[in-house]
Write a protein that binds this ligand. Structure first.
Ligand SMILES: NC(=O)c1ccc[n+]([C@@H]2O[C@H](COP(=O)([O-])OP(=O)(O)OC[C@H]3O[C@@H](n4cnc5c(N)ncnc54)[C@H](O)[C@@H]3O)[C@@H](O)[C@H]2O)c1
Length: 329
């Protein structure tokens, strides 16, 4: 079997093209981009690929496409997912998969009906530093985690994100840390309480919250405090602290280290390939291709990815109603 792929959207989607092209005999044969100013440039850049502007033309132009990579704006994911699930395609969809619980229910049903193989691009799982941290964690000894998604790119909220109905930085940013902690703990939270403000964006065209903060409870009592901070004066960064009974693991802008006792601080190696480690982020999509070609289970499972969306929707509901929400899976 061969992967014949189409990629929709060429922002982060250009990374999808790199991840798929020539990996285990996979090829992106069609690129879909509806920004006219990019269209001609793409034709020049990819003379051998077909370039279309409407996703519904993909299967008309190349009926053998079996793999669709959706990297369009958040508010286009739902209709594009619905469309391609019906055609039984393998699907990579950028996070967030969809923008509302109602949309999720529909997609969940369709995935079950069509047995769709799908992944969302939860890239932090492939970052070397976070793999190292995961290997250091003893789940039985963890009692508290902190994770800050220091986005530091306020301007991003004023582009398409301002026009996107239901856009939220829970779905756009915090989702990565929530997923990271679930992966660290191999578990999912049971409850969430969250708050947010718009002090950085008040009076601007972005009408959502630009700072959010969450407390997640896990069933064994572990608490995770997470924030998504869109406009902080800080380089783009995922700051992490893991507290265990016997040690503390810290990754901040200055350093990555563990403390076994107050007199013993051990640094982790610090380099670009360790973090942000952009190169390895392609491995989520490549791992999906491996699973398809080798007929293995996809990881994380589709069920988990649906559950992750439920966690995010529960968090936004908590902000809206200002109360703790039990997460229903
Ligand atoms: N996994 C990650 O780490 C990560 C990082 C960045 C963005 N994203 C997600 O990727 C998606 C795209 O974000 P981005 O940062 O690349 O945005 P972007 O604005 O940089 O690029 C999006 C591109 O897609 C095109 N596009 C949008 N809708 C389209 C459609 N329906 N048909 C054809 N082309 C379309 C736009 O013209 C644009 O060129 C979003 O869902 C975002 O949340 C994920």
């Amino acid at each position: 079997m061969k992967i014949i792929a189409a990629v929709i959207g060429t922002g982060i989607g250009s990374k999808h093209i790199e991840a798929i092209d020539k990996y285990r005999n996979s090829h992106v044969t069609i690129v879909c981009e509806n920004d006219n100013s990019k269209f001609q440039k793409l034709k020049k850049k990819f003379p051998k690929k077909k370039i279309v502007s409407d996703y519904k033309d993909i299967l008309k132009v190349e009926k053998n496409v079996n793999f669709i990579s959706i990297a369009s704006y958040d508010h286009h994911h739902f209709e594009q997912l619905k469309y391609f699930i019906k055609y039984n395609k393998f699907i990579t969809v950028e996070k967030p998969m969809v923008l509302s619980y109602e949309q999720l229910k529909i997609i969940d049903k369709m995935i079950s009906k069509y047995k769709t193989k799908l992944i969302s691009n939860l890239v932090l799982r492939e970052v070397n530093l976070f793999k190292k941290i995961k290997s250091e964690i003893n789940k039985k000894k963890v009692y508290y985690l902190e994770g800050d998604y220091l986005w530091g790119r306020l301007f991003k909220l004023f582009g398409w994100r301002s026009k996107s109905k239901n856009y939220s930085i829970t779905l756009g940013a915090a989702i990565h840390i929530i997923d990271l902690f679930n992966w660290f703990l191999n578990d999912k939270p049971t409850h969430v309480y969250a708050v947010g403000n718009n002090l950085l964006t008040k009076g601007s065209k972005f009408k959502g919250l630009s700072l959010t903060s969450y407390f997640f409870k896990y069933k064994n009592g572990i608490i995770a405090k997470i924030s998504a901070n869109a406009g902080c004066i800080h380089p783009h960064f995922h700051e992490i602290k893991i507290f265990q009974k016997d040690k503390t693991i810290v990754s901040n802008l200055k350093n990555q280290f563990k403390i076994n006792n107050v007199n013993k601080i051990t640094n982790f190696s610090k380099s670009k390939s360790n973090y942000p480690d952009k190169k390895n982020r392609k491995k989520i999509i490549r791992g999906f291709i491996d699973a398809i070609l080798d007929k293995k289970k996809i990881s994380p499972t589709v069920k988990y990815q649906i559950d992750l969306m439920k966690i995010c929707f529960a968090a936004d509901k908590s902000i809206k109603f200002n109360k703790e929400i039990k997460i229903k899976y």
